[in-house]
Design a protein around this ligand. Structure first.
Ligand code: MN
Length: 333
C-alpha cells in the first residue's frame, strides 16, 4: 500500500498537475523540405524561434494558475491573459501545427470527406489555395493565414496577426485551425527575402493533405468546438463577468460588489435572455435556465433595493450561480 502511494505521488510529479511545454519531435530532417523551405531556415525556425516560444511560455506561466490549464483553455481566454502568455502560447501551438502539416512526401491527397467539404465551400482546391495565399500575402507585418473549421461546420479562410490563432477569443473568425501558414519573415526570408508570394507558391508542394484530412475529421467532433461556440456567445460572457465580480467576493463575505452591481446584474440577465442562443445549445434546458437566471437576478436586485440581510442575498446568489453553471457546463462532455 505504502509502495503504491509512493508511485502515485511520483507519477503526479511526472505527468504534472502543473506542466511544462517542450518542442514536439519533427517527423522529417531539416533538409527534407528544401525544395520549398531551406534547411537553415528549418533549423533556426525550429531550434531557435519555436524553442524560444516554448521557453518563454514556461517562464510566463510558472507559478500561476495557468500552469494547470490545457493550452486550448489558455487560448480561449487570450484577451484576458498577459501578452507574454498569449504570444508564447500561440507561438507554441501554431508552430506545432505548422510542422505537423508539412511533409517531404509527394502526392498526398485530401480524404474524400475533406475534398467534398472544400468543393462545397470553395468550389476547388485551387481556389482554396488562392484564397489562402491572398490572406497570407495581405497580412500586414507578421502573422498567420488559416483554413478554419467553424462551429457551423463551415470551412473559412482567415488570417491573424502576430502569434494569435482562430481558437483565441481575439480572432475575428473562430474555430479549429486545419491549416496554418506562418508568414513571419523568419519563416522564409533566407530563401525568398522579400518575395513572400514565392514562398506561398512553394509551400503547397510540401503540405500534408493526409494530416489535414485527419485534423478535419477530428475537428468535426472535437469538444473544443463547442467551447468556442459558447465562448462566442458574448452576452453569456458579459453575464459571466458580473457573476465573477459579485459571486466570488461573497465567499469571503464581501457584499459590497453585489450591493453595488445588482442593477447591472439584472440588466445583463435581461440582455442574455434576449440574445441569440448558439445552435448547439438551443434547447429547452437552456431556455429554462435563462428564464430562471433572469427571475433570480431581478429578485436579487429587489432584495438589494430593500436592503435585505446579507445571508438572504447570499442564498439567492448561490442559486443563481448554480443555474448559470447549468448553461456553462451542459454540453462540454
Ligand atoms: Mn514561425
Amino acid at each position: 500500500m505504502k509502495f503504491s502511494i509512493t508511485i502515485l505521488f511520483s507519477l503526479l510529479g511526472i505527468i504534472g498537475i502543473s506542466q511544462t511545454y517542450s518542442l514536439p519531435k519533427l517527423k522529417y530532417s531539416y533538409s527534407a523540405l528544401s525544395a520549398s523551405i531551406d534547411s537553415t531556415t528549418m533549423e533556426i525556425h525550429y531550434t531557435k524561434h519555436h524553442q524560444a516560444y516554448v521557453n518563454n511560455l514556461n517562464k510566463a506561466i510558472a507559478g500561476t494558475k495557468l500552469e494547470v490549464l490545457p493550452i486550448e483553455e489558455i487560448m480561449l481566454n487570450a484577451s484576458l491573459t498577459p501578452d507574454a502568455v498569449r504570444n508564447n502560447a500561440g507561438g507554441h501551438y501554431n508552430h506545432s501545427l505548422f510542422w505537423d502539416i508539412l511533409t517531404p512526401k509527394k502526392d498526398k491527397k485530401p480524404s474524400a470527406e475533406l475534398y467534398k467539404a472544400i468543393e462545397e465551400n470553395f468550389k476547388s482546391i485551387d481556389s482554396l489555395k488562392k484564397l489562402m495565399n491572398q490572406a497570407a500575402a495581405s497580412r500586414f507585418g507578421s502573422g498567420w493565414a488559416w483554413l478554419v473549421l467553424t462551429p457551423e461546420k463551415k470551412l473559412v479562410v482567415t488570417s491573424t496577426a502576430n502569434q494569435d490563432n482562430p481558437i483565441m477569443d481575439v480572432s475575428k473568425v473562430r474555430g479549429i485551425p486545419l491549416i496554418g501558414i506562418d508568414v513571419w519573415e523568419h519563416a522564409y526570408y533566407l530563401k525568398y527575402q522579400n518575395k513572400r508570394a514565392d514562398y506561398l507558391g512553394a509551400i503547397w508542394n510540401v503540405i500534408d493533405w493526409e494530416v489535414i484530412s485527419n485534423r478535419y475529421t477530428a475537428a468535426l467532433t472535437d469538444p473544443l468546438m463547442q467551447k468556442i461556440e459558447k465562448d462566442n456567445w458574448q452576452e453569456l460572457k458579459d453575464f459571466y463577468k458580473i457573476i465573477i465580480a459579485t459571486c466570488h467576493p461573497l465567499e469571503e463575505n464581501n457584499f459590497a460588489p453585489i450591493r453595488e452591481m445588482s442593477g447591472e446584474l439584472y440588466l445583463k440577465a435581461l440582455i442574455l435572455k434576449k440574445s441569440t442562443v448558439p445552435a448547439s445549445l438551443k434547447h429547452e434546458k437552456t431556455k429554462l435556465a435563462l428564464e430562471k437566471m433572469l427571475i433570480l437576478s431581478k429578485e436579487i436586485h429587489a432584495m438589494v433595493d430593500r436592503n435585505e440581510k446579507d445571508e438572504h442575498i447570499k442564498k439567492k446568489m448561490e442559486e443563481l450561480h448554480t443555474t448559470f453553471h447549468e448553461v456553462q457546463e451542459k454540453c462540454t462532455h
